[in-house]
Design a protein around this ligand. Structure first.
Ligand code: OGA
Ligand code: MN
Length: 296
């Protein structure tokens, strides 16, 4: 297996492995490489059955569709017979029925951050990709955090943010009203998380807010919250924190929702068809700078 860094911000490319036949020690090497590359890996040239994709994803932890359910509004996008795979596609079947969620995530977001137990890894497998266009952008929220002043870090370290599926569902314009299920707004898809969290594997501090799902900073007036969040989002989107992935057919892309956010660029008309497995995270925990110094 060969591992090559893709950008100083985040990301590494892995060639020379077959995800369907991975050993435990190869998996540990991959997980380490994933953490070293700030939570982004692409495993090139895979040919996987849905069951093989799901079996690989389970190595990271329990899956949405199995251990926990996705929100009702997106259940029609799951692969029939394989509820752990979410179809992201602009294709339609012979009857004109969508073969998945068209143009998912065309705004900066971290998957499922509106749940008390949100997503850790997402594993998106590019089965059919446009010749050009349809890239996905990733921003390192740990790199963005590290570049803030100490005064800003101290302020943010005490704050909490409210995340709500309603933000994307209602304001992004990317969901049709008819796609939305009322029960998704009854509280299960709303959560409060610290603004600065400790990555449970690396111990590193990272921002955990995103324009797609974060509604406001807890306890602040809306205008105050908007101003601070707008600053953070502009900061996080600086080019030096971003890697833009250009897809090749057979790419298995694994990103870490605990320390990155991503954006699907909607600039293509060609067919695009992908399957995503989504791993359930533990509840995000606040990063405590003091403890960190004591325990090393
Ligand atoms: C997702 C998502 C990005 C893309 O599947 O979570 O945001 O480029 N997709 O399709
Ligand atoms: Mn997403």
């Amino acid at each position: 297996m060969q591992i090559r860094r893709l950008s100083p911000a985040l990301g590494a490319e892995v060639t020379g492995i077959d995800v369907a036949k991975i050993s435990d020690s190869q998996f540990e090497t991959l997980r380490q490489a994933w953490n070293d590359a700030e939570g982004f890996l692409v495993l090139r040239a895979q040919t996987l059955e849905p069951e093989e994709h799901v079996a690989f994803a389970r190595r990271f932890g329990p899956l949405f569709g199995e251990a926990d359910q996705f929100q009702e509004s997106v259940l029609k996008n799951l692969l029939p017979g394989q509820p752990a795979l979410y179809r992201v596609s602009n294709k339609k079947d012979a009857k004109g029925e969508p073969l998945g969620r068209e143009r998912a995530g065309t705004y900066w977001h971290s998957d499922v951050s509106f749940r008390r137990e949100p997503a850790q890894a997402s594993l998106l497998y590019g089965i059919e990709v446009p010749d050009n266009g349809g890239d996905t952008m990733f921003a390192s929220l740990s790199k963005a955090y590290a570049a803030l002043s100490d005064a800003m870090k101290r302020l943010l370290g005490t704050l909490d943010a409210v995340h709500d599926f309603r933000v994307a569902a209602v304001s992004s314009g990317s969901y049709a009203q008819s796609d939305l299920a009322n029960q998704d707004f009854d509280g299960k898809n709303r959560a409060i998380h610290p603004v600065v969290v400790r990555h449970p594997e690396t111990g590193r501090p990272t921002l955990y807010v995103n324009p797609g799902f974060t509604s406001h900073l807890d306890g602040f007036d809306q205008a105050e919250s908007d101003a601070l969040l707008r600053f953070l989002y502009t900061h996080c989107q600086r080019p030096e924190f971003i890697y833009r992935h250009r897809w090749s057919q057979g790419d298995m892309v694994i990103w870490d929702n605990r320390c990155t956010m991503h954006f699907a660029v909607s600039d293509y008309n060609a067919d695009r068809y992908m399957h995503r497995a989504t791993v359930v995270a533990q509840q995000p925990q606040r990063y405590r700078a003091e403890e960190q110094r004591c325990t090393g």
